[in-house]
Design a binder for this molecule. Structure first.
Ligand code: DGL
Length: 277
């Protein structure tokens, strides 16, 4: 079991920010990433549709064999975490989402007890982050920043265009929350711009927080691999492999390879034999 990869799932490319954080926190683990590029974006879809798509991806990864599943997508975690956790429990796979780690970190660092969550339309409208923050006694507000997703994928992460967009979305937060959760996989790329618009505000990267939470959860479950050299990273996508590799470079700092196309409904066996070490 310990030699199986950790499954990492996102609607497309953005989850590579979570994969990068996982690689840093768990350098000896094999990571198997699946980006559902045929159905991206999830952020504008209904909770029911996102849950259906997410369940299909998770089931594919369970059939390939993963020892844990990280939902590296805020929108998918927001809508589908209970469904995926139940399906994971049925096959003995722990499931970790990105919402709780970000909320835990905000709770830990917020001095003013006032937190804003930035996300996709779906994440903000569902209010799961806000409810979790309020349950900790924090004041919470959500701001949907859908254009940040396109800007990050376009590579427009510095200069006038993203600064004006950030000013428009976030200018109203000045003087309000002391802590802001980057509650979308794409937003860490825009961190310098967001910080420039909100100087002095504590920014929480839910990708980093999730990687730390995953390492802790696997350690507690006795599922960590020892130091047997660097883990491997493999990438699966459901459409447009070339774009994934090209755009993915911005998110990962290097091309996400080896990568291949998959059909989620095809019969699959284990992704790879544990490599000889
Ligand atoms: N991965 C999504 C998230 O973190 C953003 C992209 C999408 O809308 O699918 O919410």
């Amino acid at each position: 079991m310990n030699t199986l990869p950790i499954g990492v799932f996102d609607s497309g490319i953005g989850g590579l920010t979570v994969l990068a954080a996982l690689s840093r926190a768990l350098p000896h683990e094999d990571l198997l990433y699946l980006g559902d590029t045929a159905r991206v974006p999830y952020g504008t879809r209904s909770p029911e549709t996102v849950t259906r798509y997410s369940a299909r991806v998770a089931s594919h990864l369970y059939r390939r064999g993963v020892k844990a599943l990280v939902i590296a997508c805020n929108t998918a975690t927001t809508h589908a975490l209970p469904t995926l956790t139940a399906a994971g429990a049925a096959v003995g796979v722990p499931v970790i989402g990105v919402v709780k780690p970000g909320v835990d970190e905000a709770d830990r660092v917020s001095r003013g007890r006032h937190v804003a969550i930035l996300g996709t339309e779906g994440t903000v409208r569902a209010g799961r982050y806000q409810a979790a923050l309020e349950a900790r006694g924090l004041r919470a507000e959500g701001v949907a920043c859908p254009l940040f997703v396109s800007l990050a994928e376009e590579g427009w992460i510095e200069g006038d265009v993203p600064r004006l967009v950030a000013e428009r979305y976030l200018g109203g937060l000045r003087g309000g929350p002391d802590t802001v959760i980057l509650g979308c996989t794409h937003f860490p790329l825009l961190r310098p711009i967001i910080q420039a618009v909100l100087p002095g505000v504590m920014l929480i990267d839910s990708a980093e927080a999730t990687a730390v939470a995953t390492a802790k959860a696997l350690g507690e479950a006795g599922l960590l691999r020892g130091d047997e050299g660097p883990g491997r990273r493999d990438f699966l996508v459901t459409d447009n492999l070339e774009r994934f590799i090209t755009v993915g470079r911005t998110f990962l700092g290097q091309p996400p390879e080896p990568a291949m196309l998959v059909d989620l409904d095809e019969a699959v066996g284990p992704f790879h034999e544990p490599p000889a070490r």
